[in-house]
Structures are given as C-alpha cells and as structure tokens.
Design a protein around this ligand. Structure first.
Ligand code: ZN
Length: 275
C-alpha cells in the first residue's frame, strides 16, 4: 500500500485500491460464473476481461473506502441478478403511491411512476442509492482511470465535483444544489450489464449524466438551468426512484446496439458463435 492524499477526505493516509465499479455489482452480472462477463469497448472490440475485469486505483483511505462500501452493499443486494430475481423491483412494486403525489403532473406516461421518499422510506434504503450513484459519478470524474481514458475525466467540473465530494463526506443535502439524481428501475427486460458513466449537454447550463448497473439506470442532472420538469421533481426531493419500461429510450437502445454490433475477439468469438 502506498501513502498519499485521500481524494475524499484529503488526509494523508495509506491508500486502498478502490474499484471503479464495486466488486459486488460485478458478481451480479457474472451470476457466479467465472467467465460469464465480457468487456465491450467500441474501438477495441469485445473480449473477456483479464483478471475479472476490475478497474482499480489508489484513491481513498481506509475510512473513506468503508464509507463507500456501505451503500455499495445495499445497492448490490437490491439490483437485478443475472437470469434471476430483482429485489429492488419486487420492493417498489409493493409500494402504493400516496395521494399527495398521485395528483402531481409528472413528465411520464401511464406505465411509469415516480416513487418519492415519503413512500419508499420504510421499504427501501433510498439514501444508499443516491449515495452510490453520486460516488460512482464522482470517482469516475475526478481521476484519469486506466482503460477508461479521457471520455469522462473531469466531466463534473471543479465546482460540482467539490459539491459532491462534500456531500459524500457529510451526507448533507445542502451540497446538492443544482443536482438531481434518479434511479430508473427497468420494469421490462432488465439487462445484466454495467456501463461506465457518460454525459450529454442538455442546454448551456445543464448536463445529464448516466450509467447502468444490472436492472437500474442512474441519471443525474447537473447545472444551474435544470429543465422545468427536473426542477419540479427536485422541489420534492434530490432523489427519487422511477419505475419505467426504458426499452424504447435512447440510452437503452444505444447500449443494446453497442453490445450487438461490437465484434468479439479471441476466446469470446468461439463462445459467442457457439451460443
Ligand atoms: Zn479519506
């Protein structure tokens, strides 16, 4: 272990090897199989990742690593399991929406529904999902990760990565001004995939960021000019769940297209063709 400055608390300490995507989430994709996971890079092709595909870097001290791992465990236990159960969706299905929210006009169709804190509070540890999402966006942005390269490096910019760093340290929501996060639960055809964060510009002062873990797409809107519908949601809470069939959404179809059209290499060719 190397001594250095922890990126989160900024104390000098022995640094742990932190995962970009937590190991527990990888297990959900692998479904217990040793070689059941392929890494897809559009420019390079699809391969079995050497050494399990984990991307690690010395980022955090032991204490901060522990802070992160609490929410990681909760989310990993609730996300979709390859060819199996989806505990988060099983829980949200059982939640009935209270009258105060049922009457809201929300930017969704009839088959989708937002679930806000007052309703999920006794059923799901939603704070863990918010914390997890922000920790993944933050850690991907603040460091030039090997094998990911420059595509998301510094995507949050100095101001918002500092706000999120302070939130991750204190869990104080005052640091989330101009930031809104949603965990979209794939109600139809959940995919056992993991994607790294990407972002797109929505207007001069707003970016949307997203990534997938099995069964869940996390979306974050950041900027001082959030779309009106997002401002409306944020006025209720900084985070909510959304049950939605996202198979028609652009992010989902892009993801599927990438999976289907990226040529396989090496041992993977044989396995993909034979299956
Ligand atoms: Zn630390």
């Amino acid at each position: 272990m190397r001594t250095g400055v922890c990126k989160l608390c900024r104390r000098t300490a022995e640094l742990q090897k932190s995962h970009l995507i937590p190991r527990a989430i990888f297990q959900k994709v692998k479904g217990g199989e040793k070689e059941n996971i392929a890494r897809i890079e559009k420019n390079i092709g699809a391969t079995y990742p050497p050494g399990g595909g984990h991307i690690k870097a010395e980022l955090l001290c032991h204490e901060c690593e522990e802070l992160f791992s609490k929410s990681e465990k909760t989310v990993a236990n609730d996300c979709y399991v390859f060819n199996g159960r989806f505990p988060l969706f099983e829980k949200t299905k059982s939640i009935s929406i209270s009258d105060q929210y049922r009457q809201l006009t929300l930017p969704i169709n009839k088959t989708s529904r937002f679930i806000f804190k007052d309703d999920w509070n006794n059923v799901i540890d939603g704070n863990a999902f918010l914390y997890f999402a922000l920790s993944i966006f933050w850690r991907t942005s603040i460091f030039y990760w090997p094998r990911i390269g420059s595509s998301y490096y510094d995507a949050l910019g100095r101001k918002y990565s500092e706000q999120i760093r302070m939130f991750l340290l204190t869990q104080n929501h005052q640091y989330l001004s101009h930031i809104y996060v949603c965990a979209v639960i794939q109600t139809v055809t959940p995919l056992a995939v993991i994607s790294f964060p990407t972002c797109t510009k929505m207007n001069m002062f707003c970016w949307s960021h997203s990534f997938f873990i099995p069964g869940i797409m996390f979306i974050m809107y950041v900027g001082k000019q959030l779309p009106d519908c997002i401002e409306g949601l944020k006025s209720i809470d900084d985070f909510s769940f959304l049950e939605k069939d996202i198979t028609q959404s652009k992010s989902y179809t892009n993801l599927c297209e990438t999976i289907l059209t990226t040529p396989a290499k090496g041992k993977l060719i044989k396995d993909w063709i034979s299956s």
